[in-house]
Ligand binder design. Structure first.
Ligand code: NAP
Length: 235
């Protein structure tokens, strides 16, 4: 890593897609700030950090707790962040179909998947503004697409991602004057704890494809809903 290495901040970096982003950006020589709820238990991040001196720092951050986000942003005060990757997310429990909805669980899913990434973007806006690249990517899901919903169910998860898409579209417009590029991206169906063993894509394949797209993002892309392969995803 050189002094001019770009910096990426990743939420949900301790496992799944977030962890794979950390691994691949490290390999490419980026400085990685790996945010997760419990850094002290993030063994795989510690292993990544031990392979290089000072290129990966962990950061305690629970995206559903506003003071946790504020403290994390304060800790990085003055640090330029070239790329913010909002990866943290949850699926919610099984009771997500009409007739059996668990409303407390739905509220929790909205807190983590919708309010969380928006809070993180707001808190780290000034860090992005200090950087050369100024890119914010938030992982959404094809399940948040109203156009593609033909099977129903998963009300909590689907609505959390649909609302997230709208919030990030607003953010793209609100932050255009600050030259911050803001997109939402579907990572594909990926073999993680969330995606399960039947998913066709490995984290490595999904993240490699997304990194290619992210590396080429410019102001004309801000506000887009992108598939992991770079195509525009239907809203
Ligand atoms: N896998 C797929 O097929 C797929 C498809 C479409 C979209 N996505 C989206 O891609 C993103 C990553 O998914 P994944 O497959 O990597 O999921 P995952 O393997 O279940 O990992 C989820 C990550 O989110 C973190 N997280 C959960 N709640 C959090 C909170 N309150 N604060 C901070 N971190 C929190 C988890 O940390 P802990 O270990 O602390 O719980 C973990 O690091 C999610 O936004 C998901 O909706 C995934």
């Amino acid at each position: 890593m050189t002094n001019s290495a770009p910096t990426v901040l990743i939420t949900g970096a301790n496992r799944g897609i977030g962890l794979e982003f950390a691994r691949q950006y490290l390999l490419e020589g980026w400085r990685v700030i790996a945010a997760c709820r419990a850094p002290e238990h993030a063994q795989q991040l510690h292993q990544l950090a031990s392979g290089c001196a000072g290129c990966l720092n962990t950061l305690a951050l629970d995206v559903s707790v506003a003071p946790s986000i504020a403290q994390a942003a304060e800790k990085l005060d003055g640090v330029p962040i070239d790329l913010l990757l909002n990866c943290a997310g949850i699926m919610g429990g099984a009771r997500q179909s009409l007739g059996q909805i668990d409303y407390a669980d739905w509220a929790r899913v909205l807190e983590v998947n919708t309010l969380g990434p928006v809070r993180v973007l707001e808190a780290f806006r000034t860090h992005l503004e200090r950087s050369a690249r100024r890119v914010a990517v938030t992982l959404t899901s094809a399940m948040g697409s109203i156009a593609e919903n033909t099977s129903g169910g998963w009300v909590a998860y689907r609505t959390s991602k649909a609302a997230l898409n709208m919030a990030m579209k607003c953010a793209a417009l609100d932050l255009a004057a600050r030259r911050i590029v803001c997109v939402v991206m579907h990572p594909g169906w990926v073999r993680t704890d969330m995606g399960g063993a039947q998913a066709p894509l490995s984290p490595s394949e999904s993240v490699a494809a997304m990194r290619r797209i992210i590396g080429a993002l410019g102001s004309a892309d801000s506000g887009k809903f992108l598939n992991y392969d770079g195509g525009n995803h239907p809203w």
